[in-house]
Design a protein around this ligand. Structure first.
Ligand code: ADP
Ligand code: MG
Length: 372
């Protein structure tokens, strides 16, 4: 469908996106005005876009309008990737996370990459909605805004980590809530029942945690699902949703949690236990400011705080979440949704970021051996 969409359809879809910066439901008249098509042109196209589930029509007490769906947002991002020649075709979905979808994609030369689509807000935005003060004027764009922030965050971290020689996928491109990265030919640690040398892998992983911290960063979700292990046994780190600076007030707690995650996993899975493991206060002497570099690359402190608030509220809201109540951003008090069965497909989709140079930094790279 994306291939066959014409320029006018994209123009109208883009108009809905632009309008949603200030409107939760973009008035039909505003879409027409932004798109600037001849009279009536955008009305007809809006109808077609709604049929394709790229926008959904909303009728509220005050005005008629449209809201961009996740599908529509996906199309806009893909269109941008196509224009920049980062993507030519989309292949199989290889992962469905709680807050992301992962697909294999390829460029025109058949080079394969990974497309990660962030989908924040697919779980319980309703609970969060009441206290979204920290979002201020951006309240209207919740899921779109938060998903975009998550993608920018992941891309910024991946870029800085990759540039500094850490074993992470190479980041290729970013648009809106999506990013394109190198496809790593490896399995998640979680799927690996036997390793040749658990001691070596354990030690490599602990070194990675310490090295990150020496560069000013803590992964925050360092677990068997976010560590890919190559055939030669080398680990690759992915997924940086909760990456925090070592200057964060709870840095030590996050650090210990990452360490504990690996210890527990190795004990349970490989029956491997070592007395040796890194300690924040003892082993971390911060030498570099990658957190500052990330901030300079576009992912600012303010963005970081907004995402942290979101994460916190999400954790809190999990406790009083009504079972099965999955919601996209939806203000059901003031609007009467006139969506068709097709529109609800939007809701069902909703359900459904440093090889430093060892010669020049001997202290840092003198890997401590955490092997027992
Ligand atoms: P989530 O935020 O949903 O946890 P992840 O970034 O951890 O998403 O990716 C989910 C899964 O997709 C991973 O466990 C891995 O199997 C696969 N995956 C993600 N990125 C890549 C990649 N660059 N190369 C290969 N597989 C990947
Ligand atoms: Mg993950």
């Amino acid at each position: 469908m994306l291939r066959y969409m014409n320029a006018e359809e994209f123009r109208v879809l883009t108009a809905v996106e632009m309008g949603s910066k200030n409107h939760e439901v973009v008035p039909t008249s505003l879409v027409a005005q932004i798109a600037g098509l001849r009279h009536g042109g955008s009305h007809k196209i809006l109808g077609e876009l709604a049929r394709k589930n790229l926008v959904s029509r909303v009728k509220n007490a005050k005005y008629d309008g449209y809201r961009l769906t996740y599908g529509g947002y996906d199309y806009l991002a893909l269109k941008t990737f196509v224009k920049r020649n980062s993507v030519y075709c989309v292949g199989n979905q290889i992962g469905v996370g709680k807050e992301s979808d992962i697909y294999i994609v390829a460029d025109e030369n058949e080079n394969q990459y990974v497309l990660k689509i962030h989908r924040l807000g697919r779980i319980s935005f309703r609970a969060i909605k009441s206290k979204r003060d920290y979002l201020q004027h951006r309240k209207s764009a919740s899921w779109m805004y938060m998903s975009r922030l998550a993608a920018i965050k992941e891309f910024s971290f991946m870029k800085v980590l990759h540039e500094n020689g850490f074993p992470v996928p190479e980041p290729i491109d970013n648009s809106r809530h999506c990013l394109i990265m190198e496809l790593i030919d490896a399995y998640p640690l979680q799927q690996i029942t036997k390793v040749k040398d658990p001691g070596k892998l354990y030690s490599d992983l602990m070194d990675l945690i310490v090295k990150l911290a020496q560069y000013g960063l803590i992964h925050g979700d360092f677990n068997e699902f976010n560590i890919l292990v190559k055939e030669n046994g080398d680990p690759v780190l992915i997924d940086f949703p909760q990456m925090v600076s070592t200057s964060h007030p709870n840095a030590e707690w996050y650090f210990n949690r990452d360490v504990e995650c690996i210890r527990t996993f190795f004990r349970k899975r490989y029956n491997y236990e070592s007395m040796l493991f890194p300690k924040f206060k003892l082993d971390v002497n911060r030498e570099f400011d990658l957190d500052v570099q990330v901030s300079a690359s576009g992912f600012t402190k303010q963005y970081q705080q907004e995402l942290e608030m979101y994460q916190k509220e999400l954790d809190e809201s999990k406790d009083d979440e009504v079972d099965g109540e999955l919601n996209s951003d939806h203000d059901e008090n003031s609007e009467e949704d006139v969506s068709t069965a097709e529109d609800s497909a939007d809701l069902s989709t909703s359900e459904n970021e440093l090889n430093s140079d060892s010669e020049s930094n001997p202290e840092i790279l003198n890997n401590r051996d955490y092997k027992a």
